[in-house]
Design a protein around this ligand. Structure first.
Ligand code: NAD
Length: 514
């Protein structure tokens, strides 16, 4: 594992990066200037990273602010050419970057490659966008006047990322921000600092080749010392953050207090409704990927199954069979489908949720405990299915436990299923399996009385979104939108311009002031 990590870093030319210590010093755990990175697969330390102090933080912010003043002067389509080259760099190094993700957060190789592919895709998208940062023109009510709006660069953008998408979520923000004329300061999770160092170095190396220093910078440190300073920093007009609802409440509070903008991408509690007429084989395959993929550590993981009472047993039989055949093990190994949870705390959260579910009347149908993998002492658990009691009351299912637990509920009437799907605090992703166009349309009702989530799918699972759509959710998920569609507008400021070419002063609304 460590060998793969070293090889990957060497192939990227960053094994000697000043922040990285690949031989963890003996006193690292007592040195506050270092953070140790532990492999989720082996539970052994694989590196240490150097954290920022107040001085280095200040230097980074000052460099980013200075770079912004130059970068915003570069025409957007020319900025797009830099992003095009960055996308190519990620294309070239896709496998090495994926190997780092696998080593650091335990994501299986194919999903780690998929994550880097998302980075490449959003870079492509941003290149096209660099020629399409369109504003509107509006007819003026006054003769001899014209009106238009234009979108302007915003400033250095602060990006906070969660551990589970340690490369793509930064890229969703950074590639769009770059074509919009912003610089980016990234504060990654301390569970995934190595991929942050690698991704940021690659992007900045390309930008430097084009003569643009400090477009992409990094700050690293604890939430108390660096995180809090970062979110309170007025030099960052936008803080775009991904993580738990708890973190989002804190970021939202601090950023709104200084009247800054925040873009919040927070936790989900996603459900799949399976109607009586659904293709059960298709539904089962989609649900297994969405519930078990990334070991249940996606914000879009399916956590609740709401199945019609007439097909629930048949569906559960299919799911149970597949769950038992899912290969748990070394995420770097070909054929493994489920790697480890990220750390011991995550395993405790998994066990706590299962104990609570049992206490609340739930029945464990599959899994329910730790998994052992020969030769590895990482944080492996069994993908788990828990059936709610007949009255569908299971309070623990209202919480997002970041682990592969699927809670099963039943319904008779589609209205009850939709109410159940909407009956949690989070509102990220949702889906329905049905062959009935009317039922599907009811779920997507234009009146807004169907799914209340930011993402609503028909005949596919809750996870695995494409970059072309706007990504994000409602309610406690925070309301932010990233990635495709018109999400780029969050990274710019809008200016409305009225031009008087009449030679006379005329006031709006017919006001006379003479
Ligand atoms: P987390 O909330 O523990 O941490 C997320 C990030 O916030 C980290 O970088 C952390 O250091 C930072 N942070 C925490 N407190 C902070 C503070 N006071 N000031 C500044 N920064 C602070 O989340 P996690 O465990 O890394 O990730 C899992 C969570 O992220 C889940 O809830 C998941 O649903 C969510 N997530 C959401 C999306 C989305 O797009 N909606 C995507 C991925 C993950």
């Amino acid at each position: 594992m460590a060998h793969d990590l070293h090889a990957a870093l060497t192939s990227l030319g960053i094994h000697n990066h000043h922040r990285l210590l690949l031989n963890v010093p003996a006193n690292a755990s007592s040195d506050a200037s270092l953070a140790i990175v532990t492999s989720p697969t082996t539970n052994a330390p694989i590196a240490a990273v150097r954290l920022d102090d107040e001085k280095s933080y200040e230097e980074t912010l000052a460099r980013s602010a200075a770079a912004f003043k130059k970068w915003r002067e570069v025409p957007a389509p020319v900025r797009g050419q830099v992003v095009r080259a960055i996308g190519d760099e990620f294309r070239t190094h896709k496998d090495a970057l994926a190997a780092i993700i696998t080593a650091e957060v335990g994501k299986i190789t194919s999903e780690a490659r998929g994550e880097v592919q998302e980075t490449i895709d959003i870079a492509d998208f941003a290149v096209g966008l660099s020629r399409q940062l369109y504003g509107l023109t509006m007819p003026s009510e006054r003769p001899g006047h014209s009106m238009r709006e234009q979108w302007l660069p915003l400033g250095p953008v602060g990006v906070i990322s969660a551990f589970n998408f340690p490369n793509a979520v930064w890229a969703w923000n950074a590639m769009l921000a770059a074509v919009c004329g912003d610089t980016v300061v990234w504060k990654p999770s301390l569970l995934a600092p190595i991929i942050a160092i690698a991704s940021n170095t690659l992007a900045q190396r390309v930008a430097s080749r084009f003569g643009h220093e400090d477009l992409f910078t990094l700050v690293m440190g604890t939430d108390q010392l660096i995180g809090e300073r970062f979110i309170a920093d007025k030099r960052l007009p936008l803080i775009s953050t991904t993580g738990s609802c708890r973190m989002g409440r804190r970021v939202g509070e601090v950023v709104s207090k200084r009247l800054g903008r925040s873009l919040l991408e927070l936790g989900g509690n996603n459900a799949a409704i399976v109607h009586e007429d659904a293709d059960l084989d298709l539904a089962a395959r989609a649900i297994v990927f969405a519930a078990v993929g990334t070991c249940g550590q996606r914000c879009t993981t399916t956590r609740r199954l709401i199945a019609h009472e007439s097909i629930v047993d048949q569906l559960l039989a299919k799911l149970s069979k597949t769950y038992q055949s899912v290969r748990i093990g070394d995420p770097a190994r070909e054929g493994t489908l489920v790697g480890p949870l990220v750390n011991a705390r995550a395993v405790e959260g998994f066990e706590h949720a299962i104990a609570s579910a049992k206490q609340q009347g739930g029945t464990v149908l599959v899994g329910g405990g730790r998994a052992s993998v020969a030769g590895l002492s990482g944080h492996f658990v069994q993908p788990t299915i828990i059936r709610a009691p007949a009255n569908n009351q299971l309070p623990i299912a209202r919480e997002e436990t970041f682990a592969p637990i699927l809670y099963v509920f039943t319904y008779r009437d589609i209205e009850d299923a939709i109410a159940m799907q909407n009956g949690v605090d989070q509102g990220l992703s949702s889906c329905i399996f049905t062959r009935h166009a009317g039922i599907a349309e009811r779920f997507l009702s234009p009146a807004g009385s169907g799914s209340d989530c930011g993402i609503a799918n028909v005949n596919l699972g809750t996870s695995g979104a494409e970059i072309g759509g706007a990504f994000g959710g409602e309610k406690d998920t925070g309301g932010g939108r990233e990635s495709g569609s018109d999400s780029w507008k969050a990274y710019m400021r809008r200016q409305t311009c009225t031009i008087n070419f009449s030679g006379k002063l005329e006031l709006a609304q017919g006001i006379k002031f003479e």
